[in-house]
Design a protein around this ligand. Structure first.
Ligand code: AMP
Length: 219
């Protein structure tokens, strides 16, 4: 399957993407994770992306589209993938359509994770992520690790993302509304959008998502 995951920052895209990709046996492709890996490796691409990310703005399409394309061209993505955080504006969605058309394949679904805005701010402010595996996500109040600052799953160090500060979160939300939300209408016109609530326990949201994807595939 070829799936795009959309939703505001803090909707739990990364967490859900990791579970869904595992259940569906497809790679989880997160452009945010790819940028963060480039930053920690000190690559030119990382240097180009950093200032935009720290400000909560989108990294320019010239940089992002090429990086996403390279990742989707890897052998593990031949039969499908779950895109998390890409596309993030209509230009990227159009570029993705061209890429898929060139390969003679299509998207199967666009999964839209819905969360009320006040919940988003609470989720992000307390979010802590494992340095060893970004799929290991905790929350200081809602899902605290057993030992402060240490990942329950692998013992990795937990940290707060630089762009999870309150000010940057506001910018990211505004960017989401103005630039990313329009892709939902873009994909709705193609009949691809399935919307689910991202509230509740992680496992319940995953089950809801699997059910929605199954129904959309049958329909
Ligand atoms: P994420 O991990 O998906 O929340 O992404 C973190 C940051 O990486 C975003 O706020 C952007 O600065 C950048 N980023 C990730 N994906 C994209 C994309 N598709 N287009 C532009 N910027 C992106």
């Amino acid at each position: 399957m070829r799936i795009v995951l959309v939703g505001p920052p803090g909707a739990g895209k990364g967490t859900q993407a990791a579970y869904l990709a595992k259940n569906l046996s497809i790679p989880h492709i997160s452009t945010g994770d790819l940028f963060r890996a480039n930053i920690s490796q000190g690559t030119d691409l990382g240097k180009q992306a950093r200032a935009y990310m720290d400000a909560g703005q989108l990294v320019p399409d010239e940089v992002t589209i090429g990086m996403a394309k390279d990742r989707m061209a890897q052998p593990d993505a031949v039969n499908g993938f779950l895109l998390d955080g890409f596309p993030r504006n209509v230009g990227q969605a159009e570029a993705l359509d061209v890429m898929l058309k060139d390969e003679g394949v299509k998207l199967d679904a666009v999964l839209d994770l819905e969360v009320p805005e006040d919940e988003v701010v609470k989720r992000i402010a307390g979010r802590r992520i494992c340095r060893s595996d970004s799929a290991h996500v905790f929350h200081v109040t809602y899902n605290p690790p057993k030992s402060e600052g240490v990942c329950d799953a692998c013992g990795g160090e937990l940290y707060q993302r630089d762009d999870d500060s309150e000010e940057t979160v506001r910018t990211r939300l505004e960017v989401y509304h103005t630039q990313t939300e329009p892709i939902i209408d873009y994909y709705r016109a193609q009949g691809l959008v399935v919307t689910i609530s991202a509230l509740g326990k992680v496992a319940d949201v995953t089950a809801r998502a699997m059910e929605a994807l199954k129904s959309s595939n049958e329909g």
